[in-house]
Design a protein around this ligand. Sequence first.
Ligand SMILES: [Zn+2]
Ligand SMILES: [Zn+2]
Length: 269
Amino acid sequence: MNKITILGSGTSTGVPILGCKCQVCQSNDIRNKRYRTSAVLELTNGKKILIDASPDLRTQLLQNQIHQLDAVIITHDHADHTHGMDDLRPFGFKLKKALPVYSSHQAAKDLRRKFPYIFDRQNYFSDKAILGGGIPLLDQCPIEEGHFEIFGTEFEFFFLPHGHEETVGLKHGKMAYIVDCREIPKNIIDRLFNAKLEVLVIDCLRPTPHQTHLHLDLTLQYIDQIRPKIALLTHMGHEWDYLELTNELRRRGVKNTFPATDGASYLYS
Ligand SMILES: [Zn+2]
Ligand SMILES: [Zn+2]
């Protein structure tokens, strides 16, 4: 079986939000502590693939005892999904070869602009030596929509609307991972339904509509159409108390859906 571990289930601020006195941010319930959204896939062949390099990355990898990574998928270039990029340095020390970083062509371009010392190192260090502790060894692998083989196993990537950006959604085996999107186009819903998913991780920012994210009613509508065995809500804000949201789901008669919790793992074929 493959395994997905949720490294973070929180929105861009994380939860608790610094300085916020709301009930969820002040809560002692560990299930209301959410790092920025990211996950790691452990394939049946032992390879580990990180989804997004959140600003909490170092802590997330330490807490989940992830000492090895073989590739990275970046869903889009927003800060909450990329600003932990420099924490990938130690994997370069160990591997002595670059980790592939998969993203859309647009995100690859934006990442070269944001992190020229990492992704445009030939130009950035053309007239100077790399001194000190070194830089993350990462190589960009821009992807198109469609099927793609990574470490001998098939991934499907699809692009989703997210404000001025597009987010890469992905399917691997019977698992799909969809974050930071305003809607899911009908043709993708149909493909995910036909895939008979065992695990769907899906954006659910808050109870009320948002310009660039899914909110509860829309998320549940998509879950109902895709019909995965289990759905995990992620990228959650401080509007969501774990227990209250769980009760709300049961009140609505939704049995297959749970708020994601940081550190939880799920197996899928
Ligand atoms: Zn985000
Ligand atoms: Zn709060």
